[in-house]
Design a protein around this ligand. Structure first.
Ligand SMILES: Cc1cc2nc3c(=O)[nH]c(=O)nc-3n(C[C@H](O)[C@H](O)[C@H](O)COP(=O)(O)OP(=O)(O)OC[C@H]3O[C@@H](n4cnc5c(N)ncnc54)[C@H](O)[C@@H]3O)c2cc1C
Length: 487
């Protein structure tokens, strides 16, 4: 490996004199990997597709080229060429992280993982492998032929970077976070070495990669995970008019505190639309996602199903159908000028109700400044944290449930001036932070804004900082690509 690095250095050394690091890196990656794996044609459809993001302002960035690795070796070659040219870069899974430059780059090299899409299933060990390209819907569709699935996104259109940030699934109350099911990872380190990380090989790297965030310790090119059975699910959404908001928040609180059946999973979302209010409540709704692993939920959802509803789609579904609720194109349809923020609250006090009140008041007084607002209540039951611990725990070392994460989404309308945009983002930030987060609980990386510094809320933060130093000693990833800060 050292020889490989040195010979690349000799080959690429003279390139330091080029004015533009991105094009230098690109031309060398092209000569090393061949032109079919590199695309610099900014007007091509393929380039356009690769630079589409869930948070659309990032679509405007124009990488010098896009690399489509087909193996860990290709990723290694690309990283070493990028390093030698001193270029910026980004690693893109599904492109859903709304934080700018986490998976997007302007003028540097974009490593688009979409061509790494192999999957396999071993019926003896029940281990599943998947590469990071594509979205969870593709992965669910593949494993369902074996009546199996993996713990992954609740929506089919989300990419595999989700698992590196922990990964909350409808199956999490039974099996823990997506990362808790990792058994082995193939990782290309910042210096280009290709290594395995597991409980026995590079265990520190394995620990950090289980929920410590993508784009920090290297590029994961293969996930080996414990697969899970996937038979019939009782699942669907129920939409309620907003006057039921207090009954529903009470039911969510009770579910978090008292539900003891780990097969039952919910996410409760409060939505606010830009349409005029007119005191008719047509600009707001509550969407409850109810999912039970099995055909009969018993009375697990009774507190929700007793509330009058406008729409009810519950019924028997396959797992891929569950991930397509409410509609298969939900992820795509929600593209826009999106930003996330996260809160964390214990279930044994009223702070989460306070969060709902504060959010609603803000929504009312900022009409016209958003095209969509939502507040999602995501339970972290004790069964989830127990399942995580039973598998060795993850980088969050999640304290015992029940508690829950709140995901705040702000979508701003197109065409907003920069100053109006900055003002609404600042006001939204202040609104979220005016509800105190519970002490001692981690903020969820996957839902966090970069300025919330979620890693620093982990009890393991110092350990993660050490691991980061060990695997990225010269700060190549820290300086040349986006991602969570370890400072
Ligand atoms: C519509 C929607 C639904 C969501 N639903 C859920 C949900 O159910 N559960 C949940 O936990 N989260 C959910 N999220 C949050 C989601 O987990 C994060 O947005 C996550 O970052 C998305 O991963 P991605 O691969 O799509 O995005 P990307 O932006 O491509 O990747 C996210 C980060 O990980 C890095 N990364 C990606 N792949 C790799 C890799 N192989 N090696 C190293 N670094 C990598 C990227 O560089 C980037 O920094 C949802 C988000 C959206 C927009």
């Amino acid at each position: 490996m050292l020889y490989f690095a040195l010979s690349l250095g000799v080959l690429l050394g003279p390139l330091g004199c080029y004015a533009s690091a991105g094009p230098s890196a690109c031309s060398n990656i092209t000569s090393l990997l061949g032109s079919p794996k590199v695309n610099s044609h900014k007007l091509s459809l393929k380039y356009h597709k690769s630079t589409e993001y869930w948070s659309t302002p990032q679509d405007a960035y124009k990488p010098s080229c896009i690399v489509y690795p087909e193996s860990a070796h290709d990723v290694s070659v690309a990283l070493q060429a990028i390093r030698a040219a001193d270029s910026r870069f980004a690693v893109k899974g599904g492109g859903h992280n709304p934080n700018t430059f986490f998976s997007s780059v302007d003028q540097g090299v974009l490593i688009d993982l979409s061509s790494l899409s192999e999957k396999s299933y071993d019926p003896d060990t029940m281990l599943a492998t998947y590469q990071p390209g594509g979205v969870f819907g593709d992965i669910y569709d593949y494993f369902i032929k074996y009546n199996r699935t993996v713990v992954g996104a609740r929506l089919s259109g989300v990419g595999t970077g989700l698992a590196l940030g922990g990964g909350m699934s409808y199956l999490s109350p039974q099996y823990g976070m997506a990362c808790d099911s990792f058994r082995e990872l193939e990782i290309v380190l910042p210096d280009g070495q290709i290594v395995t990380a597991s409980n026995t090989t590079n265990p520190d790297l394995f620990f950090a990669s289980r929920g410590g965030g993508g784009n920090a310790y290297g590029v994961v090119t293969k996930y080996t995970v414990q697969s899970r059975p996937a038979g019939q699910f009782f699942a669907g959404i129920r939409i309620h008019a907003f006057p039921h908001k207090d009954t529903i928040i009470e039911a969510i609180g009770n579910f978090i505190r008292y539900n003891t059946d780990p097969k039952a999973s919910i996410i409760g979302t409060y939505e606010k639309l830009p349409t005029p209010d007119l005191n008719l409540n047509i600009d707001e709704a509550i969407i409850m996602f109810l999912v039970y692993d099995g055909p009969d939920p018993g009375d697990a959802f009774a507190n929700f199903t007793s509330v009058p509803h406008l729409i009810d789609t519950t019924g028997i579904k396959t797992y891929p159908e569950v991930a397509d609720m409410p509609v298969s194109f939900a992820t795509e349809a929600s593209r826009g000028n999106n930003m996330f923020r996260v809160g964390v609250h214990r279930a044994d006090n009223e702070e989460y109700k306070h969060a709902l009140e504060v959010w609603r008041k803000w929504a009312e007084s900022n009409k016209g400044k958003y095209s969509l607002l939502s507040l999602d209540f995501q339970p972290v039951p004790k069964s989830l944290t127990d399942a995580s611990k039973a598998q060795g725990g993850n980088a969050m070392q999640m304290p015992d449930g029940p508690w829950f994460w709140l995901n705040y989404l702000l979508t701003t309308p197109p065409g907003m001036s920069k100053s109006d945009y900055n003002a609404i983002q600042a006001s939204f930030r202040d609104m979220v932070s005016s509800t105190s987060n519970a002490e001692g609980l981690p903020l969820f990386i996957n839902d966090a804004n970069r300025d919330q510094h979620p890693l620093s809320t982990f009890s393991t933060y110092e350990k993660l900082q050490e691991i980061k130093k060990r695997y990225d000693p010269d700060n190549f990833f820290a300086n040349k690509t986006g991602g969570w800060s370890f400072d």
